[in-house]
Design a protein around this ligand. Structure first.
Ligand code: GLN
Length: 487
């Protein structure tokens, strides 16, 4: 009998009625972890000594889960998937992990990510590439690559993630599961290795919307260690998932999904768009109002550059503490400058070093106004435009990415035109701190694809309820990856 493919609510029921014990769940989860490690290379650490725990009336008690390796875990190796922290064992838990501990949740592994959350491919972890469980020739996307591979493979019902540009929501899409990042500051960032502080969100990857609600209900809360966290004790995400969508209004952004832009596109992108527009039709049939909204193309075109400038600047500053002096392996050299240089030269992958170069450049006094400050201004314009949209609509609904998971061997991927915004629009959710959730919407080339629903800040209950209603209608909840036949 296999249990780890079940939902949190089902597992809780089984535990409470004594049909299974927490020890049995942990054992199964650890066995599956090793299988998935073989197949997908999803983990930095598997906690083979993990034991079952007490079952209480808390829905998460006694149930195994995974922690992304950029979350600080007390006494457990926490690397951020970087050589610069390959031996780092923190002496404290991230606040979100403290909350999960208090709920009686059982961590069974630490999941691999793109080094410190940077890059969207799941290929830059110091422990190697993560492979997509639906087709191991393909990417999981990143940065929460290990969490996505594990949840989609049925290692456990959920794993934590972090999302600075799309790092929960895109891997969830590529792996056929749910990825939710709540409003900025709803979950404390304390103990999350920072990437770009003004964009960093914690969140979760699950196989259905209700599970995402349960986990974030537990992870959230105001924290004196994160001054951007806020009091969400009146937010009850699970209770909000009623499926009642009477009077709800959705919209999509013409400039991102307009079919005219993709007239000459290939089969996969066409099918991806067909899948998306089918979802829109279904939403209308369900009773949603769905309108097309227009956003200034010039403003939208600035999105990737604005994201890059702000995130590279912030990460350059945030990771300047990685010197090998305070933590991480010591670099070689006769003096501390040489030791730091050696540590950082050997420790970081080329992708990160490139970002540091650009980040330093845009922060230089003579460039700051032109690049960094202007990027912040354009970020504000985009957020203001989205906030205007949220005056009229409950949420924006858009497809995730431009198709299913890409090949790891990038020469095999078809290069389509005009797909930048399809690939990058989720970053707006980070600019504004908006609650944003990805749910599976079907298949293209036998691989999962997804839609995203993003709403206004502090409107998480509404966003999750809408996602829950659409999930029920589409019928792709609780998917476990089935390997697609290789040709
Ligand atoms: N792909 C984006 C980046 O590389 C987003 C990553 C993230 O959300 N952490 O920055």
């Amino acid at each position: 009998m296999s249990y780890m493919d079940k939902s949190i609510e089902e597992l809780h029921e089984l535990l409470v009625s004594g049909k299974v014990t927490s020890d049995e769940l942990v054992k199964e989860s650890l066995e599956k972890s090793h299988e998935v490690q073989e197949k997908c290379n999803a983990f930095v650490t598997i906690l083979d000594d993990a034991k079952g725990g007490e079952v209480t009336d808390n829905l998460l008690s006694g149930i195994p889960y995974g922690v992304k390796d950029n979350y600080s875990t007390k006494g457990i190796l926490s690397t951020g998937s970087s050589n610069t922290l390959k031996d780092y064992v923190p002496f404290f838990d991230a606040t979100a992990v403290v909350h999960l501990n208090e709920a009686g949740a059982i961590k069974v592994n630490k999941t691999a990510l793109d080094e410190f959350g940077m890059g969207g491919t799941g290929t830059t972890a110091h422990t190697g590439v993560q492979r997509n469980p639906w087709d191991t020739r393909r990417m999981c996307s990143g940065s929460s690559s290990g969490s996505a591979a594990a949840v989609a493979s049925g290692v456990y019902p959920y794993a934590t993630g972090s999302d600075t540009g799309d790092s929960i929501r895109k891997p969830a899409a590529y792996c056929g599961i749910v990825g939710y990042k709540p409003t900025y500051g709803m979950i404390s960032r304390y103990g999350l290795f920072p990437y770009a502080s003004s964009l960093d969100h914690l969140g979760v990857l699950t196989r259905n919307v209700r599970d995402a609600a349960i986990v974030v209900d537990t992870m959230k809360g105001i924290d004196k260690n994160d001054m951007t966290s806020w009091d969400s004790k009146d937010v009850h995400l699970l209770e909000a998932c009623t499926g009642n969508i009477k009077g709800k209004k959705l919209c999509y952004i013409k400039e991102i999904v307009d079919r005219d832009k993709f007239k000459n596109c290939g089969k996969e992108l066409k099918e991806h768009l067909d899948n998306y527009y089918n979802v829109i039709e279904k939403c209308k049939k369900m009773g949603f109002t769905v309108d097309e909204v227009s956003v200034d193309q010039v403003l939208l075109n600035a999105l990737p550059s604005v994201y890059n400038i702000i995130s590279y600047a912030e990460v350059t500053s945030n990771l300047s503490n990685l010197t090998g002096i305070i933590f991480g392996p010591r670099g070689e050299g006769d003096n501390y400058i040489d030791m730091m240089k050696d540590h950082r030269t050997k420790g970081f992958s080329p992708l990160i070093k490139r970002r540091f170069v650009i980040g330093s450049y845009v922060l230089q006094k003579e460039n700051q106004e032109r690049y960094f400050r202007n990027a912040q201004r354009v970020r504000r314009l985009l957020v203001d435009r989205w906030k205007e949209i949220f005056k009229d609509y409950d949420a924006v609904i858009l497809p995730v990415a431009s198709g299913p998971a890409k090949f790891l061997d990038t020469s095999k991927n078809v290069q389509e035109e005009n797909t930048t915004l399809l690939e990058e629009h989720l970053q707006i959710g980070n600019f504004g701190g908006f609650p944003s959730i990805t749910i599976p919407s079907g298949f293209v080339s036998d691989l999962p694809v997804a839609i995203n629903i993003t709403g206004n800040c502090y409107d998480d209950e509404n966003v999750l309820n809408i996602a829950y209603a659409i999930e029920k209608e589409l019928g792709y909840a609780n998917q476990i990856a089935k390997e697609v036949k290789h040709d």
